[in-house]
Ligand binder design. Structure first.
Ligand SMILES: Nc1ncnc2c1ncn2[C@@H]1O[C@H](COP(=O)(O)OP(=O)(O)OP(=O)(O)O)[C@@H](O)[C@H]1O
Ligand SMILES: [Mg+2]
Length: 256
């Protein structure tokens, strides 16, 4: 069953057609990668799914719900979380505080409750911290919870962003270039984490990545974009041997 259906999506920025009548289906429980040259439209697809940009045309259906018309925070409450191409964590907050930001889906308090710090608020805070500890344990960052995120090495900062995206127990995670800037050991660790997300936690992963050995290794399905269009779709084996993909992208990538 498709968890996410993107139908005929078009996004324009002035004269630039960043995404051009793009359609694909993301099946539940798999790692589906979106690849293509710089400027192909991959991040714009993520931005359209999370409603950060408003599509000019097309529909995005997630778990039976049309996302058109939703605000970004409502997309999160439907079960979609993301990480960003340019790491977006709060460097002057601790790791634990960064993670709490990702938990806001669960907070259902009123201003008055907050002011009076009712039992309800305290219970929710306890639940949030329980989740922080659970996710930190899984991602092996429990001993860093009180460290300012900006003090961590870059690889760990990226891990904090993944941790934050896990906090709301998403059904779908959109992960934009998680391997960028990581060394070989960190990339191997990343691969294990993504496997855990899908296999252990049952999360569907939509991955944008330029590290082709990671993509080919980890993906159940790959969609290739070029100039906003979908030019190919299939398994790693099919994609690797597709002349259109070799010409548009693989020929110039690290994988060649
Ligand atoms: N907010 C924006 N305003 C104007 N143009 C934009 C905006 N966002 C993206 N674009 C343009 O849309 C096109 C697609 O950009 P996008 O960031 O989606 O590419 P990408 O496939 O993610 O590339 P990369 O691999 O370099 O991250 C590019 O031409 C880009 O310059
Ligand atoms: Mg991008």
């Amino acid at each position: 069953m498709s968890l996410l259906e993107i139908k005929d999506l078009t996004v324009r920025f002035g004269g630039v057609v960043a995404v051009n009548r793009f359609s694909t289906n993301i099946e539940q429980g798999i790692v589906h990668s979106l690849i293509g040259p710089n400027g192909a439209g991959k991040t714009t697809v993520f931005n359209a799914i999370t409603r950060v940009v408003r599509p000019d045309q097309g529909n995005i259906i997630f778990d039976g719900h049309n996302l058109n018309g939703l605000r970004p925070f409502q997309v999160i409450s439907h079960g979609i979380s993301r990480t960003f191409q340019n790491l977006e964590i709060f460097k002057l907050m601790t790791v634990g505080e960064n993670m709490l930001v990702g938990h806001h889906r669960e907070f259902k308090t009123r201003v008055m409750n907050e002011t009076l710090r009712t039992k309800n608020v305290k219970e929710q805070e306890t639940a949030a911290w329980t989740r922080v500890l659970e996710v930190a344990e899984m991602l092996e960052i429990k001993n860093r919870l009180n460290t300012y995120a900006g003090m961590l090495p870059y690889g760990l900062q990226k891990r904090v962003e993944l941790a934050r995206a896990l906090m709301c127990e998403p059904k779908l995670m959109l992960i934009d270039e998680p391997a960028a800037g990581l060394n070989t050991t960190e990339t191997i660790e990343l691969k294990k984490l993504i496997h855990m997300f899908t296999r252990k936690l049952g999360i569907t992963v939509l991955l944008v990545e330029h590290d082709m050995s990671l993509v080919m290794d980890i993906s159940d399905e790959i969609t290739v974009m070029n100039f906003g269009h979908k030019i190919a779709e299939g398994t790693a084996k099919e994609i690797k041997n597709d002349p259109k993909v070799i010409e548009a992208y693989l020929g110039e990538s690290k994988y060649a």
